[in-house]
Design a protein around this ligand. Structure first.
Ligand code: PFF
Length: 461
């Protein structure tokens, strides 16, 4: 979104909630949440995530949207206006989308590839073991799909046709939800899948670790587009007569609901697929970024006749739209930052963003093939893509969130935010918000950050 545009674009609450949900719901829900839940203990991850969503998520989203609406500015200007000593926080939060966008487009490219696979009727082959690995380890093809997804995102931003995309996705989103419910039910009724449903829904406290909390927290920020300045910008466009608190609740319910559904759709099929050789299960659960692309083709392959190809094609098309609304909002954010800071034309800003995304995206894509010997997080930590993901979600975002809490809790005081929320009605979650922002969030984030840094050196987990 452009700072120089007239503010207050969103006509009412529904318009605001839908726009913010368009940014929030994306690959984070469909692709990232399920693989983290599978990897970090299933039910216990889900439980920790839900607790964090109604506490941290709520507190931070209220804070960011209120900061935006109060100042009428996007992140860099907003933090500066609140307290000039905190200007750096605006810049720090601006780095996050710059790191995320390139690898987001790599994954977006994978989704496009799978759409292509199903449209060409090759769904059955994609269900075979090793199909995904074979695809991502190539050099040229994943790069081509990455370029296509990034190019499409840039084109929409350049032509300024985001509104058109938003309209389409308003229709696509409910279809995506309905289709996902259908796919989840189909997958859960396969032989052996119920074990997976139990793994996903029932918390096993033996699987709990600090890494579970760290990953759930990073995921929360990522999924709700928090701690990167985006919600501040959205807030700056929100009208004063829209109820801020209930808007936040709606976005949260929507975003979490879709992530929950994606987990239900992707995790149980892993159990039915490995029912006859259970020794493969653990490896599959821990497969990371590839999980969705390994699990879903098996579900579609189990559908009768060509139904699987049709459902697969439709599903991946819908995910492309959900991913596009998010990547567009990421790119818009970067373009606005460069535009506001350096006062250069939006077109040039778009090309600069495109250039940065290519420079960072190409190694992320090649990291599963020719560059797979580069493991910045150590051999267990994964690829170059995992590294960018880790830096943004597990390091930068918690730091931005921590400093925002300190700013609001101790410098400008929580009253500044609650006054903004109370412009239209009672702030029902005020006490919760205050306790989270002043005490719980700062203490937890510091503890988790210290642990994760120590973990890198001493492997505590
Ligand atoms: N929240 C998005 C997702 O879950 O896919 C990711 C994202 C989109 C983050 C847009 C930030 C953003 F500006």
């Amino acid at each position: 979104m452009n700072n120089t545009q007239k503010r207050s674009n969103f006509s009412g609450k529904l318009g605001f909630v839908l726009a913010a949900a368009g940014s929030a719901v994306g690959l984070g829900n469909m692709w990232r949440f399920p693989y983290l839940a599978a990897k970090h203990g299933g039910g216990i991850f889900l439980l920790v995530y839900l607790i964090l969503a109604v506490t941290f998520g709520f507190g931070l989203m209220v804070t960011e949207i209120a900061i935006g609406r109060k100042t009428g500015l996007s992140a860099i200007g907003a933090y500066k206006k609140l307290n000039s000593k905190f200007s750096f926080l605006g810049y720090l939060s601006a780095i996050v989308p710059i790191i995320i966008l390139p690898y987001y487009c790599v994954i977006g490219g994978w989704v496009m590839k799978y759409f292509g696979v199903y449209v060409s009727g090759a769904g059955h082959e994609s269900a075979a073991d090793g199909f995904f690995g074979g695809f991502v380890s190539k050099a040229g093809e994943p790069l081509l799909w990455f370029a296509l997804f990034l190019g499409l995102t840039a084109l929409v931003v350049l032509l300024g046709v985001d509104k058109g995309i938003e309209k389409v996705s308003k229709i696509m989103m409910p279809v995506l939800v309905l289709l996902s419910i259908g796919i989840a039910i189909f997958g859960m009724t396969r032989p052996g899948a119920m074990e997976g449903v139990k793994y996903y829904l029932l918390p096993d406290f033996q699987n709990f670790s600090v890494v579970t909390v760290l990953s759930a927290m990073g995921q929360l920020f990522y999924s709700m587009s928090l701690a990167m300045g985006i919600m501040i910008t959205y807030g700056s466009y929100m009208k004063k007569d829209v109820n801020l608190e209930s808007s936040v609740r709606h976005i949260e319910i929507f975003d979490t609901g879709i992530a929950f559904l994606a987990g239900l759709m992707i995790i149980p099929p892993l159990f039915s697929a490995t029912a006859s050789n259970p020794e493969q299960l653990d490896g599959l659960l821990k497969s990371g970024p590839s999980l969705m692309f390994v699990s879903l083709p098996k579900v579609f392959d189990g559908m009768p006749g060509i139904t699987g190809d049709i459902v697969g094609a439709l599903f991946f098309l819908l995910v492309i739209f959900a991913a596009l609304t998010s990547s567009i909002s990421l790119m818009e954010a970067i373009v606005s930052i460069i535009h506001d800071k350096f006062h250069i034309g939006r077109k040039t800003c778009c090309f600069i963003t495109l250039g940065i995304s290519i420079i960072l995206g190409v190694p992320s894509s090649l990291g599963f093939g020719v560059l797979s010997f580069i493991n910045p997080l150590g051999t267990a930590g994964g690829s170059i893509l995992d590294f960018f993901d880790f830096i943004s979600n597990n390091i930068l975002m918690p730091i931005v969130a921590l400093l925002t809490c300190i700013l609001v809790g101790y410098v400008i005081k929580t009253k500044t935010i609650s006054d903004e929320v109370e412009i239209n009605g009672k702030f029902k979650g005020k006490k919760l918000f205050e306790v989270v922002v002043k005490y719980i969030a700062p203490v937890c984030i510091v503890a988790i950050l210290v642990f994760s840094v120590l973990d890198v050196f001493f492997k505590l987990s």
